[in-house]
Design a protein around this ligand. Structure first.
Ligand SMILES: Nc1ncnc2c1ncn2[C@@H]1O[C@H](COP(=O)(O)OP(=O)(O)O)[C@@H](O)[C@H]1O
Ligand SMILES: [Mg+2]
Length: 433
């Protein structure tokens, strides 16, 4: 029986429930799977196969050794964030040199996409809008190499040309970590005086709607998943999951030209698997902020809205059975927001009242961000869902009132609606209902 190794860093719970969708695909392939993971639990309830734990700091060679020791015929990378995607790309290079086919974007492209400055350069080269920026070299800034006394002034003048406000964004990292909002030249001076440790892009701050899209495929055949609204941009960045995140079945025709260029870029880079693109939509233009060379925080919503399971797609790519299909339209609403940490009682209520995808604790790098709820709404079921959620919030306050209001506006847009007598406070309380 064929053996397929899944490489994973980041808690597997974020892949729930869709990772279970690979079970029938494995059966069709006559294959068994084993999870090689560095974080969280494995176990049959979480992964449809066996699992092996590695240290979070495990090297690519350690991964290769363990995967080979198991006797894997093939591997599939499903790690995040970027530093783990890079590890998977190195593992792919080493495994494939030994004849073990691995579904992952090749190392050369992964290196480009992990680095926000390199990404900007390929975006520019492919005619895809991205906010103007300059590279902030922390070695030159801190005199670690050649002394360049004029470097600070060179940066100040470049910043003046870009125009304020600006954001200083470390080339690597994710979920907005380390990004600093610079309102004016004095803020830039403070930033430079603090001797930032890492290289960064100094980027024009763009006001608009934040959105994200997953693109899945290989070898020139890519499927663009639906556009996901993830919040608003224009000031200091918020934590990635803070705002309401949602897909509507309406479609976004104005995104088509950008989507086409992004697919051309994926073809050029040889993307294999999934990428996740973060953008700001402003004045009719999609400004690309970054391309994550991996599945992302939006993958659950993409799958929920379309029914196209990215994890199964990775197996299809492995099997050479990936179809040419340009787009995967959203067939339903898919909505995600932070909540109080879910209790079994709350989960039971959610299952009874909404089309629940998942509600679990959101743990990133050991930090508990509360609960995260993902649910879908079929067209025609919007009002009932709003009513159910409103009642549940009145009982438990598990979603803040402001967030419930946003959900209501997405599902039942219109000028006048009855405001419920919600007692839900501004902050989530521990759910008891
Ligand atoms: N040029 C920009 N203008 C306005 N906001 C930005 C800009 N770049 C980043 N942001 C904010 O910072 C967040 C994170 O930026 P992103 O480039 O996606 O980095 P990462 O997700 O890797 O931390 C965005 O979601 C947005 O809120
Ligand atoms: Mg991002």
């Amino acid at each position: 029986m064929q053996r397929i190794a899944f490489l994973r860093s980041a808690d597997l719970q974020r892949a729930d429930p869709y990772i279970h969708g690979i079970a029938p695909a494995l059966a069709r392939l006559g294959a068994q799977a084993r999870l090689f993971h560095t974080h969280g639990e494995g176990g049959p309830g979480l992964f449809p196969g066996t699992s092996e734990r590695l240290e979070p700091a495990a090297t690519p060679d350690e991964f290769v050794e363990r995967v080979l020791a198991w006797g894997a015929d093939a591997a599939v990378a499903i790690s995040l964030p970027d530093e783990n995607a890079l590890r998977d790309a190195v593992v792919k290079a080493k495994l494939e040199a030994l004849g073990v086919r691995t579904v992952m974007t090749p190392l050369a492209a992964t290196r480009v996409l992990c680095d926000k400055w390199e990404t900007k350069r390929v975006l520019d080269a492919h005619g895809i809008a991205t906010p103007p920026a300059v590279l902030l070299d922390s070695d030159l800034l801190n005199g670690r190499t050649l002394p360049v006394p004029a470097y600070r002034d060179a940066v100040r003048l470049a910043a003046q040309d870009l125009g304020y406000p600006l954001l200083a964004k470390p080339l690597w990292d994710s979920t907005s970590t380390g990004i600093e909002f610079l309102a004016d030249p004095a803020a830039l001076d403070r930033h430079l005086a603090a001797r930032p440790a890492a290289h960064a892009v100094l980027e024009k701050c763009v006001g608009g709607r934040l959105c994200s899209v997953d693109i899945v495929g290989a070898g020139g055949h890519y499927t663009v998943m639906p556009l996901i609204r993830t919040g608003t941009a224009g000031g200091p960045p918020a934590f990635t999951f803070d705002d309401l995140r949602y897909v509507t079945p309406a479609g976004n025709d104005d995104f088509v030209p950008t989507a086409r260029r992004l697919v051309d870029l994926c073809t050029h880079l040889g993307v294999e698997g999934s990428v996740n693109v973060d953008m700001i939509h402003a004045d009719g233009v999609y400004h690309v902020l970054e391309i994550n060379p991996r599945i992302g925080g939006a993958t659950t919503l993409s799958i929920a809205a379309t029914g196209l399971n990215t994890f199964v797609a990775l197996l299809d790519i492995l099997a050479g059975a990936w179809p040419t299909r340009a787009g995967a339209p959203a067939e339903r609403f898919a909505i995600e927001c932070l909540t109080a940490n879910p209790t079994p009682a709350l989960l039971a209520q959610l299952r009874a009242r909404v089309d629940l995808v998942t509600c679990h604790d959101l743990i990133i790098d050991g930090h508990d961000h509360g609960g995260i709820l993902t649910f879908t709404v079929d067209p025609g079921d919007e009002r009932r869902t709003v009513k159910e959620l409103t009642e549940l919030c009145e009982q438990t306050g598990f979603i803040p009132a402001s967030m419930l209001d946003k959900i209501r506006r997405v599902l039942t847009p219109g000028p006048t609606r009855e405001r419920p007598s919600s007692r839900a406070g501004a902050r989530p309380r521990t759910a008891t209902g």
